[in-house]
Every structure is written in C-alpha cells, then in structure tokens.
Design a protein around this ligand. Structure first.
Ligand SMILES: CC(C)(COP(=O)(O)OP(=O)(O)OC[C@H]1O[C@@H](n2cnc3c(N)ncnc32)[C@H](O)[C@@H]1OP(=O)(O)O)[C@@H](O)C(=O)NCCC(=O)NCCS
Length: 104
C-alpha cells in the first residue's frame, strides 16, 4: 500500500495529523490525531475531507478505518457519514462508500 501523512497547521503550529494508506480499491485511515487544545474546532473534519479528496482523485471505492470498541470517536466518524462495516476482535471496522451503485 502507498502511504501519506498530512499535517494540519493552525496559526502556523501543528494542530493535527492524518496518516493514510491507499491500494487500488480503498483508502485506509491508519491514524488521526488532533492536539487536545485544538480539538472541537473542525480540524479533524478538515483532515478527513482532505483524505476524501485524495480518495476521490484516485477513483477509490471507499474509505476504511478501525477504532477500539466503545471509543467516543465513533460518533465523530458517524457524523462524517461512516457506518459500521464489521468487527475485528476489540475493534470496530467502519467505512464510508465513495461510489453509488444504481440498479435501473
Ligand atoms: C477524534 C478527533 C480526531 C476529532 O477531531 P476534532 O478536530 O476534535 O473534531 P471536529 O472539531 O472536526 O468535530 C466534528 C464533530 O465531531 C464531534 N466529535 C469530535 N470528537 C468527538 C468525540 N471524541 N466524541 C464524540 N463526538 C466527537 C464534534 O463535537 C463535532 O460535532 P458537531 O459538528 O456536532 O459540533 C480528535 O478529537 C482527536 O484527535 N482525539 C484523540 C485521538 C483520537 O481519538 N483519534 C481518533 C481515533 S483513531
């Protein structure tokens, strides 16, 4: 898989980072962190939007990630359109589809 890191700056200082990996089908969010003092002002959303633009530019089918079961960030991802795709031990698998299938 091909990996990339994107850093969010706020007032010239590092406020967050997203680390992603892509293959030919999907983009995987390996890590997303916003510094505690800048959480809740939209930086996480912007980093997800940035990763989404990358995935769309590569024509990928979906964005995937795993979080610990019971992690509060599940709500954050659900607000951004992610749903539960399954379980993996102590983890929840979440994904967001980027392509829509029509059956006409
Ligand atoms: C989870 C995290 C990435 C969110 O980033 P953020 O910049 O704080 O989020 P935003 O400001 O873009 O928030 C978007 C929405 O999600 C909600 N939200 C954010 N973090 C949340 C959390 N942990 N639990 C519940 N809701 C959350 C916000 O309240 C906001 O809701 P609103 O639109 O109704 O106001 C950040 O809080 C963080 O780095 N946390 C610690 C590390 C972590 O949990 N990483 C993710 C798991 S890998």
């Amino acid at each position: 898989m091909e990996t990339a890191n994107f850093i969010a700056l706020r007032g010239g200082e590092r406020a967050g980072v997203i680390r992603v990996a892509t293959n030919k089908n999907y983009l995987y969010i390996c890590d997303l962190q916003v510094t505690p003092k800048t959480q809740g002002v939209g930086i996480g959303t912007n980093l997800i939007n940035h990763a989404t633009s990358l995935a769309l530019s590569k024509n990928l089918e979906s964005i995937r990630l795993c979080i610990f079961k019971g992690h509060s960030a599940k709500k954050f991802y659900e607000k951004l359109g992610f749903g539960i795709a399954g379980e993996l031990g102590n983890f929840l698998r979440m994904d967001r589809k980027l392509q829509v299938e029509f059956s006409a």
